[in-house]
Design a protein around this ligand. Structure first.
Ligand code: FES
Length: 94
């Protein structure tokens, strides 16, 4: 899974660095180094009034703030990961 965190100037001002930190922590905690690739990306043109833009695979999520990071991680990242795993398992069984 590829997670891209916007480091464009607008998102940068809204704390993308903090989000990157939180991501690194969460990846370590859940031992997901092999499954998640963290990358920075340039402005996707989705600058929101609050928060940072994060792209998970091809899904763009806007307005992520550090306070809501856990929610975002569990809801979007872990769920998408599980789906990916399920797909992968489905493939290897057929
Ligand atoms: S600066 Fe992040 S979406 Fe524009």
């Amino acid at each position: 899974m590829i997670v891209q965190i916007c480091v464009g100037s607008s998102c940068h001002l809204k704390g993308s660095e903090k989000i990157v930190e939180l991501f690194q922590q969460a990846i370590k905690e859940h031992e997901l180094d092999n499954e998640i690739t963290l990358a920075g990306c340039f402005c996707t043109g989705q600058c929101n009034r609050i928060g940072v833009t994060i792209t998970v695979n091809d899904e763009v999520h806007c307005g992520i703030i550090p306070e809501r990071f856990d929610e975002f991680f569990n809801d979007k990242v872990m769920k998408a990961l599980e789906e990916e795993r399920a797909k992968f398992n489905g493939m290897s069984h057929s």
